[in-house]
Design a protein around this ligand. Structure first.
Ligand SMILES: Nc1ncnc2c1ncn2[C@@H]1O[C@H](COP(=O)(O)OP(=O)(O)OP(=O)(O)O)[C@@H](O)[C@H]1O
Ligand SMILES: [Mg+2]
Length: 120
């Protein structure tokens, strides 16, 4: 299992959600975050030039998936979130040790698979 974390442009959220829906991704968490992606603003002060870190509004998606779902999930996000301009965001894929569905006590792949869909 993996956790796919994507940081995207807020204005791309609807397109990304539609793309994920079409890729049969059913469970996800969305947060509004502020991020920094390398862009700097030079601020002149009387003591010389200082560099201010720009913070930009972004949306963070966290999606727990079984391994064979990683590639279609990443592709769905990439296709929908790209504008080609600087600041399109990032996707991180990290290993997940355990997942539990609280209602049933299921764990592992059964717990990240939507209800009603076979785990394989
Ligand atoms: N190394 C990182 N670690 C954690 N979050 C990051 C990292 N790089 C970027 N982010 C997050 O992604 C957001 C968008 O980053 P951004 O798209 O500028 O990435 P980039 O790699 O600099 O790509 P680009 O060249 O298109 O600017 C940032 O505002 C931040 O929230
Ligand atoms: Mg950047």
């Amino acid at each position: 299992m993996k956790l796919v974390t994507a940081i995207i442009r807020p204005e791309k959220l609807n397109e990304v959600l539609e793309s994920l829906f079409n890729a049969n991704v059913a469970g996800l968490t969305i947060s509004r975050v502020q991020g920094h992606g390398g862009e700097t603003e030079r601020v002149e002060t009387y003591r010389g030039t200082t560099v201010k870190m720009e913070l930009t509004e972004k949306v963070r998606l966290d999606i727990g998936v079984s391994d064979h779902f990683v590639e279609p999930t990443v592709q769905a996000i990439m296709d929908a979130a790209r504008t080609g301009e600087v600041g399109d965001g990032k996707i991180f894929v990290v290993p997940v040790e355990h997942v539990y569905r609280i209602r049933t006590g299921e764990e592992g792949r059964a717990a990240v698979t939507p209800v009603g869909v076979p785990a394989d």
